[in-house]
Design a protein around this ligand. Sequence first.
Ligand SMILES: Nc1nc2c(ncn2[C@@H]2O[C@H](COP(=O)(O)OP(=O)(O)OP(=O)(O)O)[C@@H](O)[C@H]2O)c(=O)[nH]1
Ligand SMILES: [Mg+2]
Length: 596
Amino acid sequence: MPLGVRLKWRETSTASQLSAKRDMSGGGTGMAGGKTGNRREDARGKGGARFGGRGNGEEREERGGRGRGGGTEQKRWRSDAGSQGDARRGSSGFDSRKRKGDHGSGYGDYNDTSFSKPRMDRKNPSDGTRGKFSSRGGDGFKPRRSEEGEFRPMRRSSSNGSGMGRGEGERFKPRCSEDDGFRSMRRDSSKVYGGSKGDKGRSMVCMNSQASKWKKFDKDIRVDRRNGDTTNADLDEHDAGSRKSDDSQQNAEDKPRARPTRVLDKTGKKLRVYRKDSVSDSEEIAPPKKRKRMKLDPYDTSNKRIEDATPKQDVCITEKIPEKSTPEPDETEMSINAKFRDIQPSSSILSYVEDNLLGRRRLIDIKNAGYNTKLSAPLDNVPFSTRIERDRIEDTVFRNKLDFFAAAKIPSSFPPPTIPEIAFAGVSNVGKSSLLNALTRQWGIVRTSDKPGLTQSINFFKLASKLCLVDLPGYGFAYAKDEVKESWQELVKEYVSNRVGLDRVCLLVHTKRGMKPLDYELIDLMERYKTPYQIVLTKTDLVFPIDVARRAMEIQESLKKNKSVVKPVMMVSSKTGAGIRNLRGVLGKLARFIKP
Ligand SMILES: Nc1nc2c(ncn2[C@@H]2O[C@H](COP(=O)(O)OP(=O)(O)OP(=O)(O)O)[C@@H](O)[C@H]2O)c(=O)[nH]1
Ligand SMILES: [Mg+2]
């Protein structure tokens, strides 16, 4: 009878889904009510009759057949398995467990899906009980699940029929909680596909969520379909029909179907294949993939427009950028450096730089040249020069003691011009005060600082009665108020333009920075008042020798047309003492010239 009922039901599954569901629900209720042995048997009998043996022992055997890629015998198993499984289960100790759990029998079927042991291997009584349990558990579960999904129990049984079910696993499932039941289902499924028997206790612990079980069940059904042969066409149709009915009626089942795929991902290769089949068979999973493909559809006009537009935009950008933005700053920056590096110093300047060790030099080179690097301004010492020569040079002017005798912040405070004066002008922090100390070798007489703006008044120094050295305040940036700085500049302009007895203005220029606009303003002023001035490059030790020569050549060429300028451009370093002797000799001539 169950077999006949089942076959009939299959044939009319698509057309009479509702009726089949009713039967399933009815069977489910019967199973649910049959926690005890009598009730179970009754319920099983009902389920077997109504379901056509799907949910009972028949299904178990059918699963075994499917797991092997079974043939026509599967149908028979489904129809027959119900009553046997119920009877044995009732005698087994699992009944008490199921009694404890409300959904015990139903979850037992799900656990069956986790075991892929071939049904033919269960010919022993013990194996048979297991197999019966698995199928029967499915039937027993149906009555309770009738509320959520009447037809699902059928799927469970079919999934169990895939050859994954073990009777023992079913026993424990009834006890498991719903949430944990899903986990156990995962374990069982992985065991099934992995071919391992698995521990009974593991698979049975924690099984409660019916929804997750249903999802799992659907997956199992798909697996069975894939593994099944043509002989299983009826079963497949039935499964498909049940699946459609489930899908149409319960939207909740559609969403959870993705979960089983996740669970199966962690398993072996078979699970991957199952994914592919499930995707191809089920229409529900395909749509999201199609949507993604639509985004990548090459025939989409929007994509074409984007593709066509992007290269045009790129071309436009590439065309515009080089024309407008990039060349201008590059040209300006490169022009400054290029102009300076294109300067070809004269041979005389180059030889002068090398002879006086101007520019950045290594200490070893200075030592090899015979100078004592432990002294300040070592290049100003002449180790192998005779005492007579040194005394002769320094006795005349710069060997005398440097004495401060006047300071002026206004023109009226200038001291009367009695002796020739040599003034040192330049931007702030260029090294004016340091140069005075270096020329006289009297360090500390003139205050110096690394902060620009230290010298804020015109300071007058005497070298005996032969020469007057004047330290001017700097101009340009300085740590002082603008009003104060303006007063400095006005004072300097007044001094260089109207100072009587001013024989020369040493305009100090930073070798690395070159001439500044304020320097040219002062030059214009001195040119206007015919004040003799001479350019002195300072801090030559900070740049390479070639750059010292280039800077000197640059300034010399720029002031070629000036009349008040005194040649040549002097190059010194107060730190190393390079060029100090030569500057001392040039300025000393002024003193000698004045004396007569
Ligand atoms: N490396 C190097 N540093 C120097 C040289 N000459 C001066 N300095 C340093 O430059 C800084 C400024 O020196 P000053 O002599 O005070 O310069 P200034 O022109 O008098 O500055 P103001 O009085 O503010 O106008 C100090 O820290 C000096 O040590 C030089 O030839 N080489
Ligand atoms: Mg100073």
